[in-house]
Design a protein around this ligand. Structure first.
Ligand code: PGA
Length: 669
């Protein structure tokens, strides 16, 4: 879950906020203010809460790259090139600050912090009267902003972090960039949260990939299959139908052996198109391709539209838009949806003569919104189309991000969003070697009902023999299917072991590794545990790595050394990019199944220590985000006190997870 401005106290705080004011400019005049207007609710909210100062930062264009291009052109044309003159009108933030002042009117005074860059502005900011909005110069005037070197990124991020007690990221359009002002800054401010625009974007776009209201129908258009492969694959998981339009449809038609005339076809993507068609068939997802077209002899706005009443396009024509029969087909499919996501136009809508298909799709989607369907438009070109036809306000959500919305739909984690994520409260049930298959299924059935309205993250790990039955019961619920162990090898002569491949086949998503009962009763050592962790991650599982000291170790003062060793060795060779799939369970061995629980303070101290170990291994940001559960005689009457501690992010529950009557109150504490 992301944490937003609404969850923190903003009164008298200095706020540093990243916005995406990368608006089109011409001669210093704002051409399209969509992104500025979209940030205003957050700005007004922050001011209304009594923030001391609100400092805004944004990039505008790509000054260094553009200047280089302009310089090369000038050199080629034999003309002089003046960098300052070139930069002056195009990339300066002052006109944007003035525009924002106009938009905010009497709500606030906007001051521009000066053209000499973003650094060294603390005194200027702190000297402003309460409630002032300060606009910094273009962040990309500093080469560190977009550097690939983490040290460079941190240099600028530290300077920017000086301006705020709280970092607010409302720049959805730049959320896919791992840059100083979008992500690195979060390492150096005490609190990082999302703005209201970011919240809205995430709330609409993320569920399409994780848990959409079904049936989900996706309309994917645009020119190139190559730029949409990842999104098509990601949508196949949840969609009932994929409507494919735009030039990319011709590549699919050619893959099916249809004639595509002079249409734009990516021949090197035919194989990909075939793979996607096969994957869709396997997943039972209907693929809707054009059955007729509007063509032209030339790719030109002035070309005469030619009706092609057939799926095959004659040799002399280019496909430019979908035909009326195709639209009828679209209409039928869209009528089945409860959620529609649209990314990419279905024809050359920039040319009026070929805009009809895209306009009609926009109208169809808008109509379904009024019938209660969730409609989300993401991606630069389809947003431009919706705006062109004046239908933006008729959609549930029109994204302000092009690349960012596409990457989110691809199921990727976006750096600018991740820094605002609050740690999940993760409650897991370890059923150990208890219950038969039918008893397990019955408990799962009760939990599906009782946890339905639960707000936390839930997992149950039945015994191997019950995994399949429990998996069937919890499918589609908010409970994740887990396993209690896995073998350290993929397959082979390992009598009595269960492999990750077999667990995957059963739909298991999470594996508990290194439980103290495995460490002590079955003599699993750190090396073996590390091997299992790496194997599970390699196969895409989430992992709960258990660590914790015995009573003897505790009494000998070895608690810290044991936790450090087990964490470090358990995660050896696990890269930072995989860490989001790992949570740790601190389970003092003397508390497991004994009825003795660590006091909240003692448990908190151990959790804080383990987080420190993670910080040394992976850095502060990773440590801030890793979930650390407590395990060891968690019961309904001690769960809330434990989970109230700052570094305790949930529980791994054994005994009390065997009955819905005891697990539910823990899970819903
Ligand atoms: P317990 O078990 O809750 O019964 O102490 C915890 C665990 O083993 O994970």
């Amino acid at each position: 879950m992301i944490k937003t401005v609404k969850s923190v106290d903003l009164k008298d705080k200095r706020i540093i906020m990243r916005v995406d004011f990368n608006v089109p400019m011409k001669d210093g005049v704002v051409q399209d203010d969509t992104r500025i207007v979209a940030a205003i609710p957050t700005i007004k909210y922050i001011l209304a809460q009594g923030a001391k100062t609100l400092t805004l930062m944004s990039h505008l264009g790509d000054p260094a790259k553009d200047a280089e291009k302009a310089k090369a052109k000038a050199e080629k044309d034999g003309k002089p090139f003046d960098y300052d003159k070139y930069i002056a009108g195009k990339h300066r933030m002052a006109p944007v600050a003035a525009y924002l002042q106009k938009k905010l009117g009497k709500h606030a005074t906007v001051v521009f912090a000066g053209e000499d860059g973003c650094k060294g502005k603390k005194a200027f900011i702190d000297g402003q009267p309460p409630g002032t909005v300060i606009m910094l110069e273009n962040t990309r005037f500093h080469k560190e902003e977009t550097s690939k070197d983490p040290k460079e990124l941190d240099k600028l991020a530290k300077a920017l972090a000086e301006y705020g007690d709280i970092f607010v990221n409302d720049a959805f359009g730049t959320a896919h960039r791992d840059q100083a002002s979008t992500a690195s800054i979060a390492k150096f401010v005490p609190v990082s949260v999302a703005g209201l625009l970011m919240e809205k974007e995430v709330n609409y776009l993320e569920p399409i990939v994780t848990s959409p209201k079904k049936p989900l129908v996706a309309i994917i258009g645009g020119a190139k299959v190559s730029s949409k492969i990842a999104v098509l694959e990601s949508l196949l998981k949840n969609a009932s139908a994929l409507v494919i339009g735009g030039a990319m449809a011709y590549t699919f038609l050619k893959a099916q052996g249809k004639k595509t005339g002079k249409s734009m076809v990516e021949d090197d993507q035919i194989e990909t198109a075939n793979k996607i068609l096969a994957a869709a068939e396997k997943a039972g997802v209907e693929i809707v391709l054009p059955v007729d077209h509007v063509g032209a002899e030339k790719f030109d706005a002035a070309s005469k539209p030619v009706k092609i009443d057939n799926v095959n396009i004659p040799d002399n024509l280019i496909g430019m838009d979908i035909g009326s029969k195709t639209l009828e087909k679209y209409k039928k499919v869209l009528a089945t949806a409860k959620t529609i996501v649209w990314n990419g136009p279905v024809g050359v809508f920039e040319f009026d003569a070929f805009a009809k298909g895209t306009e009609e799709v926009a109208k169809l989607v808008a109509e379904t919104t009024s019938k209660g369907v969730i409609t989300v438009v993401g991606g630069g070109d389809s947003v431009a189309a919706v705006n062109k036809f004046g239908l933006a306000s008729k959609m549930s959500h029109v994204s302000t991000g092009g690349g960012a919305s596409l990457e989110l739909l691809e199921g990727k984690k976006l750096p600018g969003i991740e820094v605002t994520r609050a740690r999940d409260c993760y409650i897991a049930g370890n059923w150990k070697m208890h219950m038969t298959r039918s008893e397990s299924a019955a408990l799962a059935k009760d939990l599906v009902k009782s946890l339905k309205s639960g707000k936390h993250k839930y997992m149950v790990a039945p015994s191997f023999t019950a995994i399949e039955a429990v998996g069937e019961v919890i499918a589609g619920s908010n409970i994740i299917l887990g396993a209690q162990n896995c073998a350290a090898e993929e397959e082979g002569a390992h009598t009595g072991e269960v492999s990750v491949l077999q667990l995957k086949d059963l739909g298991v998503r999470t594996i508990i590794i290194g439980h103290s009962e495995r460490r002590h009763a079955y003599k699993e050592d750190d090396e073996l545990i590390n091997k299992k962790v790496k194997l599970a991650l390699k196969h895409g599982f989430d992992v709960i790595l258990c660590v914790g000291e015995t009573l003897e170790e505790r009494e000998k003062g070895k608690l810290w050394a044991v936790c450090k060793r087990q964490t470090e060795k358990g995660l050896a060779d696990v890269c930072e990019c995989e860490l989001s799939k790992v949570s740790i369970a601190y389970e003092p061995v003397w508390a497991i199944g004994t009825g003795k629980t660590a006091s909240p303070e003692n448990a908190q101290a151990a959790h804080k220590f383990i987080r420190g170990v993670i910080a040394k291994l992976y850095g502060e940001l990773a440590a801030k985000h890793i979930v650390i559960q407590y395990g060891g005689s968690v019961k309904p009457d001690n769960a809330a006190q434990l989970m109230a501690m700052e570094d305790i992010d949930g529980a791994l529950v054994g005994g009390a997870s065997l009955k819905a009557a005891t697990f539910t109150p823990i899970a819903k504490f």
